[in-house]
Design a protein around this ligand. Structure first.
Ligand code: NAP
Length: 462
């Protein structure tokens, strides 16, 4: 009964210490949701603007008027709370604070607050929302309130308020999780870091490689300045090369994992950390690959309107007219080659788009696990196959010509074919009936027993 009345009281009057940005935004939302609000301030008579309908008092008076206090003050100023320990005894204290850097203090802010006022029940919450998000309401921003604390009653009171404000609550357990919650707002796209580094590295490599082979080679060996090609031709070689490698890197860890499981004869041993991390960023790798493939499509579509291309076309037409109106004969092989190249490329890109769309949470949530894995795995490998085949068609018989190996280096498209071709070959190996059967059994929980170990166990038992 006691806890119920206390919870009920929490729902009526709420106190906020601090009339700063967060205090004001939170107060406004609490008032809009029907709470009575009391501010505790150092300067009750001269504090900044507060939402209409709220009262401002000294910290002592405000603390006495309610059993739930939001501490909207920076951690550096918490020491004044120590003098309020008698008034805050037994109350629910919500720590909303964040730090500017990770590991700034030996203990989490919420644990520090709990140490300052051992008689209060501290809950860490609301720190992942910004003052702006609170002001605009959950429909326009992050909807989650993460909370943690040692007292279930205090956590429930904060959860009730959060729900009433329109947020969904995620309970992260005891107060020892506070540091993790405090680190949340300091994260900077953690899952994008590895894919971005890879993209930058591969793009830089292909750019300088192709710059040397195409532009610098022409300048040094033939004295021609074709540096203008950097903007279109070079870019349109770098984007698809990096895109194809990134797409194959989405599928390579799955293949490696398959070989690991076959080698170990079990699925119950952990993969090495690097493989785990690699697997976790496959979606980001795929999305960057899709973005680069889209750029490749765009750059290819605008080829006909390029000045250089129009100039060359006009030049060849005029020379044909001058040459007694002779047109060059139609090359059927060339027509097959270019049409197949474009057609397979278009099919690959279509599937690429499908993979990207199905990875959107709103779409993937509507798919069953089987549907999702059919698209991401089966259609994914088909996409990789089409895109790799598209690149082989681009190369056609060029690998036979010595002139292609400028300064003894292979053309860029050959380099970017290495990883995808290997992934496809390894995948084919895994699909061989005998291999596939063993892998399926392992993935269903079957474990290969070590005959040596088995005989040792038997002799020990005997
Ligand atoms: P703020 O605008 O600087 O306001 C802090 C308030 O604390 C001041 O208005 C002041 O209120 C009070 N204060 C300042 N010095 C004090 C002292 N020496 N002793 C006692 N009280 C003092 O800061 P804020 O942006 O609202 O942030 C408040 C807390 O919320 C911080 O811990 C921050 O990490 C956290 N937070 C902020 C945001 C955000 O978007 N702003 C988001 C998440 C979490 P009085 O003058 O009324 O005493």
């Amino acid at each position: 009964f006691f806890s119920h009345t206390r919870l009920h009281k929490c729902l009526l009057v709420v106190c906020i210490f601090g009339t700063g940005d967060l205090g004001r935004s939170l107060g406004q939302r609490l008032l809009q949701s029907g709470y009575r609000l009391v501010y505790g301030s150092r300067k009750p008579h001269s504090c900044g603007p507060i939402p209409p309908g709220a009262q401002v008092m000294s910290h002592e008076a405000a603390a006495q008027s309610t059993s739930l206090v939001f501490v909207c003050v920076h951690r550096e100023h918490y020491d004044f709370l120590e003098t309020l320990a008698p008034q805050l005894n037994g109350k629910f204290l919500v720590d909303v604070s964040n730090n500017l850097e990770k590991n700034m203090y030996p203990e989490a802010n919420a644990e520090y607050l709990q140490r300052l006022i051992p008689g209060a029940h501290v809950v860490k919450a609301f720190n992942t929302l910004s003052a702006w998000a609170l002001q605009n309401g959950p429909s326009d921003a992050n909807r989650q309130v993460y909370l943690c604390g040692n007292n279930p009653e205090a956590k429930q009171a904060v959860a009730v308020i959060s729900t009433k404000l329109g947020f969904t609550v995620q309970d992260r357990g005891s107060l020892s999780a506070a540091r993790e919650l405090e680190d949340f707002p300091l994260q900077l796209f953690p899952e994008w870091r590895l894919p971005m580094r890879l993209t930058v590295g591969l793009t830089a490599f292909f750019f300088f490689y192709l710059l040397t082979r195409d532009v610098i080679y022409a300048y040094v060996n033939e004295g021609r300045d074709i540096s203008f090609r950097i903007m279109m031709s070079l870019a349109n070689k770098v984007f698809p090369s990096v895109s194809l490698i990134l797409l194959s890197l989405c599928y390579l860890p799955g293949v490696i994992a398959g070989f690991f499981q076959l080698y170990r004869g079990t699925k119950y041993k952990r993969f090495p950390d690097w493989l785990d991390r690699w697997m976790l960023c496959r979606k980001q790798l795929g999305l960057i690959a899709l973005a680069l493939a889209s750029l490749h499509v765009l750059y290819t579509l605008i080829i006909p309107i390029r000045y250089y291309v129009r100039f060359r076309l006009a030049g060849s037409t005029i020379s044909q007219v001058k040459d007694n109106n002779k047109t060059s004969s139609f090359d059927t092989t060339m027509a097959w080659r270019t049409d197949s190249y474009y057609s397979i490329g278009a099919l690959g890109f279509g599937l690429y788009l499908l993979l990207g769309i199905s990875s959107l949470p709103s779409v993937s949530n509507a798919l069953s696990w089987r549907e999702f894995s059919f698209i991401q795995s089966k259609l994914g490998y088909l996409t990789l196959f089409f895109c790799t085949f598209h690149t082989y068609l681009y190369g056609w018989d060029r690998f036979l010509y010595v002139s292609q190996y400028k300064w003894y280096s292979p053309p860029g498209y050959m380099l970017c074919l290495v990883v995808p071709s290997l992934v496809l070959v390894f995948k084919l190996l895994l699909l061989l009936p005998c291999v596939d059967k063993s892998l399926s059994r392992i993935r269903q929980g079957w474990e290969r027993t070590d005959p040596e170990n088995d005989s040792k166990k038997k002799s020990l038992l005997a």
